[in-house]
Design a protein around this ligand. Sequence first.
Ligand code: HXC
Length: 527
Amino acid sequence: MSLLDSKNNALTAMSLKRKTLELLKKREQVILGGGEKAMQKQAALGKMNARERILALLDKDTFHEYDMFIEHDARDFGMDKKSMPGDGVVTGTGKIMGKPICIYAQDFTVAGGSLGLMHARKITKIMDHAMKMRVPIIGINDSGGARVQEGVNSLAGYGEIFYRNTMASGVIPQISVILGPCAGGAVYSPALTDFVFVVNNISKMFITGPEVIKTVLGEEISMEELGGAKVHSVITGNAHFYAESELESFAQIKKLISLIPWNNSRKALAFPPKNPNKEYKIENIVPSDPKEPYDVRDVIKSLVDDDSFLEVQELWAANIVVGFGRMNGDTVAFVANQPLVLAGVLDVDSSDKAGRFIRYCDAFNIPIVTLVDLPGYLPGVDQEHAGVIRHGAKILYAYSEATVPKISVILRKAYGGGYIAMNSRHLNADFVFAWPTAEIAVMGPEGAANIIFRKEIMEAADPVAMREEKIQEYKEKFANPYVAAAKGYVDSVIEPKETKKFIMHAIEVSSNKTEFRPAKKHGIPPF
Ligand code: HXC
């Protein structure tokens, strides 16, 4: 090497070092977000900052950040003099449980995480990546909403996000985590995604905030009461997973990600059971008296591998239980009436909850196991006026439309419209099993006796004894699984201890299930 060459190399090395230092300094500035004070304010509220959240959620050393140096281009209201590192949102790719994902996290320390045009462009760019790569997209929301200074550009940004949420729906999993305010139109991106995670005291979701409500309606209400984590987990059903801390929420996300497929053309990864010989005591859980309640989650837990059951929307419409678990390593979805709450009836909210969940499972190729034990749809003026006809139809639509393997086990009661709605043979179930304790009838024996034997009961010398006799007569005739089995509506009447074997075999033989629906642009579900 000549003297000139080595001098040039030394200069190049120096220049590279200088430029690298410059890059590191620039990165440091961006990572400072809205500055130390804003970061301290965020921490004092018990909130992590955007990058801390991403690092806590993703597998170690897998996060790669993009578009760090994006600048906002707003000029009005003094914005031309305002620096906004990364424009208030951090985006990138990484892995969770070894699976690739795309992620964005709004940075509240930068202009309240408000959404301007370039902020939105960062989000839509990473969403487009997720769609191209067919991997899940996770959005961590912590924002004051549309950036007021940017006017219509902020609104445009939201619209472009909503459009992408809709295009990605049913193609890649979309997960929203609400870790701060999510106000105004900002709520509609999470509402369009598959799963919404909230954290007590931290998440706040509402269309119009307390200030507006006070001005327009003259009512005082706190943000927590208006749209806190409990409100959306228990009352509105907007949230699917509730946690007491950000870290607990991240653990829930990891468990969910491990159970669902990357995209709609894959199966979820299989995880062999840790304890393949787990004791299985299903027959001890369900009382044979059809009026005695029990927790159907114990039935599900007894069927799944290890502790793999993950309940979705646990706190809302608890009269139906929906969630994922693994059987022999593979992900299975469960939809089950919950006799512990309102005797497991179907009503407006439980129909919405189950209908949406069934559509998710169908979109993402997850077989559905339905556990049936219900007295029917909930009667009453409140339900009728709340639209139980329209809402109740959602579950019928969802089961009928679904082409994934669909297996039902009728444990006890299956009355009336409830029997049909809960994945009956008539909605094209693949396998219907019933326990010997199953009662499949138009209605419960008491109600049926009152209707069809009314005259005999009224005219009897002892109406009480006659009613009891007629109830027994009806029970013997119809309140059993054999009338349905005789018509082929039930495929097999099985012993409770055979349940797991029958379900697993049904899933195995359905693994290549192919079923077509009539060609159409799309159906018109009872939204
Ligand atoms: C611009 C905003 C902002 C916004 C907050 N900031 N929200 N800047 N546009 N939407 C800025 C604040 O000016 C402040 O800047 C910094 O973020 C922190 O905000 P604070 O108010 O100091 O924080 P805090 O007290 O914690 O209150 C948080 C908040 C409040 C409750 C979210 O900021 C708030 O009410 N913001 C407005 C919420 C809202 O109404 N959004 C709806 C917008 S309309 P400095 O410089 O002082 O630190 C909308 C319609 C979209 O979203 C429709 C799409 C379809």
